[in-house]
Write a protein that binds this ligand. Sequence first.
Ligand code: NAD
Length: 493
Amino acid sequence: MNDNPAATVAPRHSHYIAGAWTDPTGRSFPDRNPLNGDLVAEIAAGGRPEAEAAVAAAHAAFPDWAAMRPADRQRLFLRAAEITEKRHDEAVHLMAVEAGTSRAFASFQVQLSASLMRQAASWGYLPYGDVLRSDIPGRMAMVTRKPLGVVAGFTPWNGAFYLGWRTILLPMAFGNTVVIKPSEEAPLSAGLLHAEILDEAGFPPGTCNVVTHAPGEVAEIADVFFESRAVRCINFTGSDKTARILAERAGRALKRMVLELGGFNPMIVLEDADLDNAAAAVNFGAFFHQGQICMNTRKVYVARSVHDDFVGRLAARTRTLKSGDPRDPAVVVGPLINARALAQTTERVQDAVDRGARVVAGGRAEGMIYHPTILTDVPKDAICTTGRDETFGPMLVIEPFDDPEQALRDAQDTPYGLSAAIMTGDPARGLDMAQRFDTGIVHVNGATMAGEASLPNGGVKDSGWGRSGHYAVEDFTEIRLTTITQGPGRYPF
Ligand code: NAD
């Protein structure tokens, strides 16, 4: 437990390369609290030379890390889990001041991160491959999994701590080494704190490297990631807009890419649902982290017969959510990450209202905080309801339906396919509908927003591809065919 979490930022203004804190240029940028603009830390502003050094360090560390005994890797991951839990308060504090994260979400991320480390600690013992029959007499064929090499990661600011760990741990658990570039919005809680923890746990130098950059200066680092032959995979969590730019580059460079992107996550509330349970799931699913999570509920389709009752129960809950400085443990709704995010939510609520929508709760900003907003009677052409673009803020659209099958079709009329949910008193009916959702995740009687380190989160369509949990073995290893033949070979000439 750290008594004064803010006091430990000193070494973190540097990059972490080859197991050392380094800042060759001394150039830095201010990392500020989104709530009030207070300075959190000065962070090193890196570019091409630092990225090249980091990739070289990861490349050099790869052979030994890939060959390390599972038991030795396991010990390191388990030690990192202990240190992460020990530094809980510090991580929670940094997420509050860098990314406006409430204590509930930040604390959850710390626990989830430690859980992921404990899961990852066992993945070195997953089945290593298959033995296959061959039609060639005397031949045995083996298919074994091997790590890719250096995996370069881009991390987002929103689930800063956990998503930073996910970007680091999934590749490393399968024998890859890593370079990450944390989001410039939260460089401490999305990457540099991770480097400190890995350092303290005794991970070999170069196995994980962290390079930071000033806002607007990502290009040089990204160039190195795409140009370097040593980088075998780009591991990206962020928006589909950025992903489109990077995926084009990955295509030209013929690099493997893992994409964990945004969503427009619908919930269907059937007429037989427990309405209090549904209201609780939506209140949490829509407004956790003030609507800045990829799996937040964006739109709820409610059976017309229970629509007004449901909206009343939900609004009563939503109006009680406390907003303010997330360092206060009672605060659920903190600031939006930046002025751009605040403007987007404000404009989209206004657009809906201008077209005739009714504001049931919220609908206004207070400084950098936007109050959780519920909209009904939203015309089909309002941007927030079309599902064509993710609104990354605390706004929710509710729409009545008469035909559940039509609601199921409407809920999927979006390019995204991350998470969905169905609330019903009849789980078998819920399961039937769930199987017809074209999303990576669907919950029957649960919020769209959920996370367990062992489960394979990930999306389809414009929500990307790639899966977490041990299913990430598909993303971060490749298979090698090896054959052994006894006796003389038979050839056509
Ligand atoms: P973002 O796309 O703006 O940034 C993500 C990362 O890409 C950051 O590190 C950023 O510095 C970098 N980046 C941005 N523009 C770049 C460019 N032109 N070239 C190279 N790098 C660039 O996303 P964000 O605002 O940090 O995160 C929020 C988004 O991430 C939302 O869309 C959210 O839904 C999505 N997200 C998805 C998941 C998931 O698991 N599916 C999890 C969290 C967040």
